[in-house]
Design a protein around this ligand. Structure first.
Ligand code: NAD
Ligand code: IPM
Ligand code: MN
Length: 344
């Protein structure tokens, strides 16, 4: 079976890490890859962030693989808004699945943590919250400026992500689901999260459901990450805590993610951005991108291929055949090669 995959390397280190992820994907096989040039470079050259039929083009693929979008030459981040956030919204990719898994104890910045203590998954709501872009600026640039950015929480949106988190926990035999919000301060929007969480948890008596305010959850992520199996939270909080999750795995370069609508074309990308200071230097860690390929294969139903890629990555990490950010001495390309060699 061949899957058709759209590949958008994007900007900065996105280009370098995707080259390695693509090499892994080609070794695994069973894919037909189509590169799309959408990026800051393309926008600056053509004035177009994404073509008018861009989202339809993406929908025609089985999955999409993205590097990163962000370039100092596009200060308003317009192209990232259209390409990345636009795809999340237009393809209704409501599940942002961000696994946090420590591959070697030496990589964890916390003292004495074992691999099984840092092994959980964050489900970030990915289609609403503070990201919807509703709001505006009144009298901008003056001392009277008023800036409004609305947070949208809908029953449909909250219900589907909370249900997804519980269903995932049950299907994987994971014991605990923790929902994090800020319902003590955001007494309207997050009251909806409370209501939905209470309704859904009642249907999952086999899963241990708990709630933490997002500030306390951030503290526990650092102090006692072993208490988590599945975390579900809103768009912005999920964005922030998954950078902490990246750090727990050794650094942002390790973290993978999927933007998923179950059963439909979904988009996979490392959690990190384009890291302009590192771009073009062959130093970026490709593992987050490669593990995003594994998550893509798993989501496409190719669990054996996904496991093969994950094992190759874990073996390269354990042999310290990795980039300098996680203590190795290899460049991006050789670190990719170290994974590819282990797929044979
Ligand atoms: P960033 O994730 O690009 O980088 C922050 C720091 O993390 C880097 O300076 C580097 O020290 C480290 N890092 C990240 N990825 C790494 C890797 N693969 N290997 C080694 N070290 C790595 O975040 P930023 O600097 O805040 O953002 C840079 C640009 O990227 C901005 O334009 C931002 O909007 C964009 N961005 C895009 C995405 C995305 O496309 N999904 C995600 C985050 C940020
Ligand atoms: C991420 C990124 C994006 C987000 C940015 C680039 C808009 O930080 O994917 O985590 O906030 O979702
Ligand atoms: Mn982020």
């Amino acid at each position: 079976m061949t899957h058709r995959i759209a590949v958008i390397p994007g900007d900065g280190i996105g280009i370098e890490v995707i080259a390695e992820a693509v090499r892994v994907l080609e070794w695994v096989g069973g894919v037909e890859l189509h590169h799309l040039p959408w990026s800051a470079e393309h926008y600056l050259a053509t004035g177009q962030t994404i073509p008018p039929d861009g989202y339809d083009t993406l929908r025609s693929f089985d999955a999409v693989l993205v590097g990163a979008l962000g370039d100092p030459r596009v200060p308003d981040n317009r192209h990232a808004r259209d390409i990345l956030l636009g795809t999340r919204f237009e393809l209704d990719l409501y599940v942002n699945q961000r696994p946090v898994r420590l591959l070697d104890e030496r990589l964890c910045p916390l003292k004495g943590r074992t691999r099984d203590e840092v092994d959980f998954v964050v489900f970030r709501e990915n289609t609403e919250g503070l990201y919807v872009g509703i709001g505006g600026r009144f009298k901008p640039g003056t001392d009277d400026e008023v800036a409004v950015q609305e947070e949208i929480n809908t029953f449909k949106g909250v219900n589907r992500i909370v249900r997804h988190a519980f269903a995932f926990a049950r299907s994987r035999g994971l014991r605990r689901v923790c929902m994090a919000d800020k319902s003590n301060a955001m007494t309207h929007g997050h009251a909806l999260w409370q209501r939905v969480f209470d309704e859904v948890r009642a249907e999952y008596a086999d899963v241990e459901a708990s709630h933490l305010y997002i500030d306390a959850l951030s503290m526990f992520l650092v102090q006692d990450p072993g208490r988590f199996d599945v975390i579900v939270t809103n768009n912005l909080f999920g964005d922030i805590i998954t950078d902490i999750g990246g750090a727990l795995q050794g650094g942002l370069g390790m973290a993978a993610s999927g933007n998923i609508h179950p059963g439909r074309t979904s988009m996979f990308e490392p959690v990190h951005g384009s890291a302009p200071p590192l771009a073009g230097k062959n130093v970026a860690n490709p593992i987050g991108a490669i593990l995003s390929v594994a998550l893509m294969l798993e989501t496409l139903g190719r669990v054996d291929d996904a496991t093969r890629v994950e094992r190759a990555v874990a073996s390269a990490v354990q042999a310290n055949e990795v980039t300098a950010d996680i203590g190795g001495h290899l460049g991006t390309r050789d670190a990719g090669e170290a994974v590819v060699r282990r797929l044979l």
